[in-house]
Design a protein around this ligand. Structure first.
Ligand code: C2O
Ligand code: CU
Ligand code: CU
Length: 504
C-alpha cells in the first residue's frame, strides 16, 4: 500500500471564513455532480454477513470472554470481477462482529500483522483508558496488545476501528473496522429480532474510490480527505439481502471516514436504538441522519412480496451548508442505493398487521444539567479551540463522577463537522442556530451543523487514571488525523494528570 504523501500542509491553519475554506479546496478539490460508483452496473450480490465472533468463554467461571483479533493484509472482491488489496481483522477485509455481554470480563489480544503501527479503539465502549486504544497506545508491526476490561453498559451496537496517530482514516479505509454487539438483559426482554444474520443484521456502511486497476485510491484530498465515490455495505458494492422474517432489525453503522448518510427505506421505520443503546420508547421516522461513526438500530416491518431499498438520499438541506459547491464537495447531496432487501411472498411471522409493531417504555433516569461543570469546544477548520491535537497536552481534567455540559460549536459556515467522545454517553441537551432532526436517545457521536452550538449532557465511564487520556474529536477521520482532536483524563477528586506517553 502506498505511503502518505499529504500532511502538515494545512496544519495549524485556522480556517475562519467561507472564503478561506473555498481557497482550501484547491485544484481537484471540488467535485461536481453525482459520482459514478464502481460496480454500479453489475448484478447484485448477496450481502456478506460478517461472522459473529463470540470469543472463547473461560471454562472456570464462564464470565471471561477471550478474543483474538489479527490486523492483516489480504485481497477481496469489493467490486465484482476485480481483486483489491485490502486490510482486515481475522480475514481479508473488515472484521467479525464481536459479541459481548454486560457483566462479562473481556480479555482481548490484538496482533498487528499489517506493515504499519496501529491500535484498535472500541468505539462506544466504556472502559479504562489503558484499554481504549487511543493513539498513545499504538504498537508496531509484529507485536500484540492485550487490553482487558469489564462490560458495564447497556445493550448497544458499537464498533471497532484503528486509532493510530494521524493515520486513523487510512487504516479504517483499508478495511480495519467491525461491529460490536453489546448484549444486556434489559433490552433483550423487549422482543427485538435477535437472530444474527437472519433477522438481526449488521449494516456497515463505508466507501471507497478506486484506481484504474481497482486498487483502493489512497489519494487524500486536502479538503475532503478519503471521501469515496463508491458506497459499500459490509464491504461490497450492490448488495442484496434476502429477508425471511416479517420484522427485520438493521444495525446501521456509519463506518465511512468522511461521509454523512441520510438513510431512507421508502417506508417509515422504527428507530429502536441510537449509539449508546435502546430508546425509552419506539420512534417512527421516514429517515435518519448518521454522521461518520454514528449508529442506529432500526426495525423494518416488511410487507410480503414488497422489496425495499436502503438508500442514502442526501443530507436534508445540504447539511446546512449555504454554498452548493461546498455541500456537493463533501458529498452531502449525493444519493446512493445502498442495500436491496428482497422480500418473498411468504414471511415467517407474517399476518400480524400494523398492530404487530413493537412498543415499549423504559424508564430511564435522566441526569440533571443543573449546576454541572461546563466546557466549550469550538470546531474550526482542523482545530478545536484554536489548537491541534497534542498527545502531551491535557485539554480537560474530569475529577468528579457527575455529568458535564459540553457546548460544541461549529464555527465554520461551509464545513460540516461532528463530535465524538470516548468512554462516554451523552444526551443532546440543546441546539442553537442549527437543527438535528433526530436527537432522542443516548449518543456518543453527533453531527454539529455549520454555525450551530450543540450542548451535550455527558456522562463519563468512571475509570480514573491520571496517566492516560481519552479522546474527543471530529469523527470525519481526515479532520481527526489533521489534528481536530483533544484529550481528557478522568482522575480521582483532587488528583493531577500525569500523562505517560512512551512513544512520543
Ligand atoms: Cu470512533 Cu476516537 O473514535
Ligand atoms: Cu470512540
Ligand atoms: Cu470535522
Amino acid at each position: 500500500m502506498g505511503t502518505i504523501s499529504r500532511r502538515t500542509f494545512f496544519k495549524g491553519m485556522i480556517l475562519a471564513s467561507a472564503a478561506a475554506l473555498t481557497a482550501c479546496a484547491g485544484p481537484g478539490g471540488v467535485r461536481r455532480g453525482q459520482p459514478a460508483p464502481a460496480g454500479a452496473d453489475a448484478d447484485p450480490r448477496p450481502l456478506p454477513i460478517p461472522p459473529l465472533y463470540e470469543g472463547e468463554l473461560d471454562g472456570t467461571d464462564g464470565t471471561t470472554r477471550r478474543f483474538e483479533l489479527t490486523a492483516q493484509e489480504g485481497e477481496y472482491e469489493i467490486v465484482p470481477g476485480h481483486t483489491t488489496k485490502t486490510w482486515g481483522f481475522n480475514g481479508a477485509w473488515l472484521g467479525p462482529t464481536l459479541l459481548m455481554r454486560r457483566g462479562e470480563h473481556i480479555e482481548m489480544t490484538v496482533r498487528n500483522e499489517v506493515p504499519e503501527p496501529t491500535v484498535v479503539h472500541w468505539h462506544g465502549l466504556h472502559l479504562p483508558a489503558a484499554a481504549d486504544g487511543g493513539p498513545a497506545l499504538m504498537f508496531p508491526p509484529g507485536e500484540s496488545w492485550t487490553p482487558s476490561w469489564d462490560v458495564d453498559q447497556p445493550a448497544a451496537t458499537c464498533w471497532y476501528h484503528p486509532h493510530p496517530h494521524e493515520t486513523s482514516a487510512l487504516h479504517a479505509y483499508r478495511g480495519l473496522a467491525g461491529a460490536i454487539i453489546v448484549a444486556d438483559e434489559g433490552p433483550e426482554t423487549i422482543d427485538f429480532p435477535s437472530d444474527y444474520g437472519v433477522d438481526d443484521i449488521p449494516v456497515i456502511i463505508t466507501d471507497a474510490k478506486f484506481t484504474a486497476d481497482y486498487q483502493l485510491d489512497e489519494t487524500i484530498d486536502p479538503t475532503y480527505g478519503l471521501l469515496g465515490d463508491t458506497p459499500l455495505v459490509n464491504g461490497i458494492t450492490r448488495p442484496r439481502f434476502e429477508a425471511s422474517r416479517r420484522v427485520l432489525r438493521l444495525r446501521l453503522v456509519n463506518g465511512a471516514t468522511m461521509r454523512f448518510h441520510h438513510l431512507e427505506l421508502g417506508v417509515p421505520f422504527q428507530v429502536i436504538a441510537t449509539d449508546q443503546g435502546v430508546l425509552s420508547g419506539p420512534a417512527l421516522v421516514d429517515g435518519i441522519l448518521l454522521s461518520p461513526g454514528e449508529r442506529a438500530e432500526i426495525l423494518v416491518y416488511l410487507e410480503p412480496g414488497k422489496d425495499l431499498t436502503l438508500r442514502s438520499t442526501g443530507v436534508p438541506d445540504g447539511g446546512g451548508l449555504p454554498r452548493e459547491e461546498a455541500a456537493n464537495g463533501f458529498g452531502l447531496r449525493d444519493t446512493f442505493d445502498l442495500l436491496q432487501i428482497a422480500v418473498p411472498e411468504t414471511l415467517e411471522g407474517s399476518g400480524e398487521g400494523e398492530e404487530g409493531k413493537l412498543v415499549w417504555d423504559i424508564h430511564s433516569e435522566e441526569p440533571s444539567a443543573e449546576g454541572v461543570p461546563e466546557r466549550e469546544w469550538r470546531l474550526n477548520g482542523f482545530q478545536i479551540n484554536e489548537q491541534s491535537m497534542d498527545m502531551a497536552r491535557v485539554d480537560a481534567v474530569i475529577d468528579h463522577s457527575g455529568p458535564e455540559l459540553w457546548h460544541v460549536i461549529n464555527e465554520n459556515a461551509d464545513w460540516p463537522h461532528n463530535f465524538h467522545i470516548h468512554n462516554a454517553r451523552f444526551r443532546v441537551h440543546d441546539i442553537q442556530d442549527g437543527e438535528i432532526a433526530f436527537r432522542d436517545g443516548w449518543h456518543d457521536t453527533i453531527t454539529i451543523p455549520p454555525r450551530s452550538r450543540v450542548s451535550l449532557l455527558v456522562v463519563f465511564g468512571q475509570y480514573p487514571d491520571p496517566t492516560l487520556a481519552y479522546m474527543f474529536h471530529c469523527h470525519m477521520l481526515f479532520h481527526e488525523d489533521e489534528g481536530m482532536m483533544g484529550q481528557f483524563v478522568i482522575v480521582e477528586p483532587g488528583q493531577e494528570p500525569a500523562l505517560d506517553h512512551p512513544n512520543h
